[in-house]
Each structure stands twice: as structure tokens, then as C-alpha cells.
Write a protein that binds this ligand. Structure first.
Ligand SMILES: [Zn+2]
Length: 274
């Protein structure tokens, strides 16, 4: 089982993605290859190398259906012999405060202006990933496999007070992702056979193909209820993705901070910071 060689360099991919600030680009090369197998996208050379000869299967930016028609957007799923890894990537800078039991976590950013800081509320990513995991379990029904919840924060963030209790939940910096995955892999090795991995991946692929990604992203006119619920959760009211703090690069407000959708440029929602 070559899970480890497959995953040996996630840091680099994720760092590249963080630099561009585009959440969907996470392990973009790998998913391009994955989709390429189904003839949907051109396979990239980088991905050929990453996946060649390995049995772990990685799916990025996966949209899975709930029975009620909603869709869960999952940054990355890796199916390996040590179980299913569900990654939620948080592209945040600044200080992070959060407790597993709280509904919201807090990001504190210094503005560089007279030591002032901005507080931003984010929906508890552990709860968010729990929902993703329930959705995965629902879609692979007859398999009871360990599912590892891995929340990855940017190296530019700093955990000030981040507390969690559940087994099989990990909140890590990108720079620790590799060693964290390696530890989990050592602990759970050999739980799934190659056949299991294939079957689970087939189920998830089939489920994902039943959702319409573009429809999900472009549903700009979400119902008022959905918008309100998203506003309350502190995520993008248009598409439900995370909001991130950005700095205006040009125009009359150059240099000022605002909240923008992490799916930019796919979603162009922005809002002033109060
Ligand atoms: Zn959005």
C-alpha cells in the first residue's frame, strides 16, 4: 500500500493553493488527473506522477448530495487503507481562537493601523467537517470505516486558543499536515483492502456525479431563508463557502480590508467589514 508515497507532498500543493488564495485549487493537479480518468478533464503531468502506481484515491472539491437536495462541498477526500481522510482547508491569517463545543471561532487580524485589529467570525470548522463526514457516511452506507477529520489552517495563522476533544479530529497547520497524516496512517494501517478503496471511491464518485457543481456555485439567488441562515453562520450567503478577509488592491478604497468569498473568482460576493 503506497498511501504514504502518494501523500508525501501535500504541504507543497496546499501552500501553492493558499498563495493563490483559491480554495478550489487545492490539490488541483490531482483532481485534474482523477477527473481525467473519467475523461472530463485533461490529466496533468504532475498528477500522473503523484498517482501513478498508488492505491490511495484522492478526490478534491467534491460535492456530495444530502437526501433533502442540499449539497456538501468537501475540500478533499482521500481514501486509503488506513481509512477515509476528510480535509477542510482554512485559508486564514492571523490569530485563531476556537473551541470544539462553540458554534463559532474567531479570527483576529491586526490592521497595521495604530495596532487596531479586526475580528472575524467563522463557523466552527470541526462542526463543519462533522457535517461533511455525516454526508460521506450517508453516501457509503454499508461501510463502517474510520473517517479522520483533518482541519488544515494556513501557516500564516496562529492558534491562540484552539481546543478540541474528539478522537480522530485534528486541527493542524499546513506545515504539520504531512506528519499528522503519517501518524494517522501508522495507527490505522490495513483497515481497508484495495477492493474496499475502489468500492468506496466508486460510491462517492457516483454520488458526486449526481450533483451539479456549477449549479451549486452559481445559485446566486438562493432563497431568503438560505441566505439568512448563511449570514448567521458567517459564510458566503450566495454559495455557502467560507468568507476570507481581503485587502482592496486598487480603486478609491485601496488598502482597506473587506470580506470576500473564498471561491473568488467563481463567486464574487463581497461585504464591508463593520
Ligand atoms: Zn460565495
Amino acid at each position: 500500500m503506497n498511501f504514504w508515497s502518494f501523500i508525501s507532498n501535500p504541504d507543497r500543493w496546499i501552500r501553492g493553493h493558499i498563495r493563490r488564495g483559491v480554495k478550489q485549487a487545492l490539490l488541483g493537479d490531482v483532481i485534474a488527473e482523477y477527473k481525467g480518468e473519467r475523461g472530463e478533464h485533461k490529466a496533468s503531468k504532475a498528477a500522473d506522477k503523484a498517482l501513478a502506481g498508488h492505491n490511495a484515491i484522492s478526490m478534491c472539491d467534491v460535492y456530495l448530495p444530502w437526501p433533502d437536495g442540499r449539497t456538501a462541498q468537501i475540500d478533499q477526500i482521500i481514501i486509503a487503507d488506513s481509512g477515509i481522510y476528510v480535509l477542510e482547508v482554512k485559508n486564514y491569517k492571523g490569530w485563531i481562537f476556537g473551541n470544539e463545543r462553540n458554534q463559532y471561532w474567531t479570527q483576529v487580524l491586526t490592521t497595521g493601523i495604530r495596532g487596531e485589529s479586526i475580528k472575524n467570525r467563522l463557523y466552527n470548522p470541526i462542526k463543519q467537517n462533522e457535517t461533511h463526514i455525516s454526508c460521506i457516511r450517508r453516501n457509503i452506507r454499508d461501510y463502517t470505516v474510520p473517517i479522520h477529520s483533518v482541519i488544515v489552517f494556513s501557516n500564516e495563522s496562529e492558534f491562540k486558543d484552539v481546543t478540541y476533544y474528539s478522537p480522530d479530529v485534528y486541527v493542524v497547520y499546513q506545515s504539520r499536515l504531512k506528519s499528522t497524516l503519517r501518524d494517522i496512517d501508522n495507527q490505522y494501517k490495513g483497515i481497508l483492502s484495495d477492493e474496499d478503496i475502489e468500492r468506496i471511491s466508486a460510491k462517492l464518485t457516483m454520488a458526486a456525479s449526481s450533483t451539479d457543481k456549477s449549479n451549486h456555485v452559481q445559485k446566486v439567488h438562493a432563497s431568503q431563508d438560505i441566505r439568512r441562515e448563511r449570514e448567521a453562520r458567517g459564510v458566503c450567503p450566495r454559495c455557502g463557502a467560507d468568507l476570507v478577509v481581503r485587502t482592496a488592491k486598487s480603486g478609491p478604497n485601496a488598502g482597506s480590508k473587506f470580506l470576500g468569498c473564498s471561491r473568488y473568482p467563481e463567486c464574487r460576493y463581497t461585504r464591508n467589514i463593520e
